[in-house]
Design a protein around this ligand. Structure first.
Ligand SMILES: Cc1ncc(COP(=O)(O)O)c(C=O)c1O
Length: 320
């Protein structure tokens, strides 16, 4: 059993999306609300952090360090989890540093994290230096990887498959669709579905990487999870479903399809998507329905991974 510090609001609920289903003309759409995991506006990293912070506490650490983009949801949830557990938190954030610290950045400060700014090319080196400095000062630092995506963090989504099974039992979806980036969420879901022998297509909509890069990364992490916590099989890249068709002009650059998805979810279901991850996954979902990849008689579970705080980032004000 992995050490775990319980702070997520679980199980997250699964809801039907009747108005979106009707407007898009079927298939039947459901949503799993991991935007409601409860930690300072929630998101998928909260699940991972239960195990990562659990390990940090088990090792007697008093400080966690991690890294991400200026508007990183992962960093904001790490800062919140650290605050909740009485741990220090150092975040190495990638430039450009916005003039006004809005959204996740505002919350990082509010949650008491120490921020270090760096260029992307130096990110890992600066993180390592911050770790060494903390050791020299007599602290017991614990390094949380980018996106919380190592086997310990991703195990949370292996466990989340069991949570979903408890909720849906024999009425399982044909597809699970969600935003995929550092691959931990997808690797956990894939390894979990493999462990339970589920016939569900698990499709990650990439927000930044090519299909080739992301399938390789997810397959290796899913295999590690399977060997450590599952039924010890290799999960090959060919078994990983990723679409990189919706990348547009790249990470965080909002486009008309992202905007339409954000508006449709909000106007039809009162559900907020974010401009970087779930808006793009929503755009993929809508396109895959319109192009007939998802059949009318199928059941689709859109796994909401959070990130809604970014709606309030300066960069996106007036853009949606
Ligand atoms: C809102 C949101 N959705 C999806 C993801 C992607 O999750 P993963 O990094 O596990 O692929 C992230 C990662 O930061 C995120 O913040």
């Amino acid at each position: 059993m992995l050490p775990r510090k319980s702070f997520a609001h679980l199980p997250t609920i699964i809801e039907h999306l009747p108005r979106l289903t009707k407007t898009l003309g079927g298939p039947d759409l459901y949503i799993k609300r991991d935007d409601q995991t409860g930690l300072a506006t929630g998101g998928n990293k909260t699940r991972k952090l239960e195990y990562l912070i659990g390990q940090a506490l088990a090792e007697g650490s008093d400080l966690v360090l991690t890294t991400g983009a200026a508007q990183s949801n992962h960093c904001r949830q790490t800062a919140a989890a650290a605050a909740r557990c009485g741990l220090g938190c150092t975040l190495v954030l990638v430039e450009p540093r916005p003039e006004i610290p809005t959204a996740n950045l505002f919350l990082d400060n509010l949650l008491g994290a120490d921020l270090i700014w760096t260029e992307k090319s130096n990110r890992d080196e600066i993180l390592h230096q911050a770790y060494q400095k903390a050791v020299q000062k007599g602290r017991k630092p614990f390094l949380i990887p980018y996106g919380g995506s190592n086997p310990v963090g991703a195990y949370a989504y292996f466990a989340a498959v069991e949570e979903m099974l408890g909720q849906l039992s024999d009425d399982l979806p044909d597809w699970i669709v969600f935003a995929s980036s550092s691959g931990g969420t997808q690797a956990g879901l894939v390894a979990g579905a493999q462990y339970h022998q589920l016939d569900i297509k698990i499709l990650g909509i990439s927000v930044d990487e090519t299909e080739e890069v992301l399938t390789t990364c997810v397959s290796s992490l899913a295999s590690e999870i399977s060997h450590q916590y599952g039924n010890k099989v290799d999960i090959s890249p060919e078994k990983i479903l990723v679409s990189d068709k919706y990348l547009g002009d790249g990470y965080g650059v909002i486009n008309e399809n992202d905007r339409e998805a954000i508006r449709l979810f909000a106007e039809l279901e009162g559900i907020l998507l974010d401009p970087v991850y779930t808006g793009r996954a929503g755009a993929g979902l809508i396109d895959l329905i319109r192009t007939g990849v998802f059949k009318k008689n199928e059941k689709i579970l859109f796994w909401h991974t959070g990130g809604i705080t970014t709606l309030f980032a300066n960069k996106y004000l007036g853009e949606i």
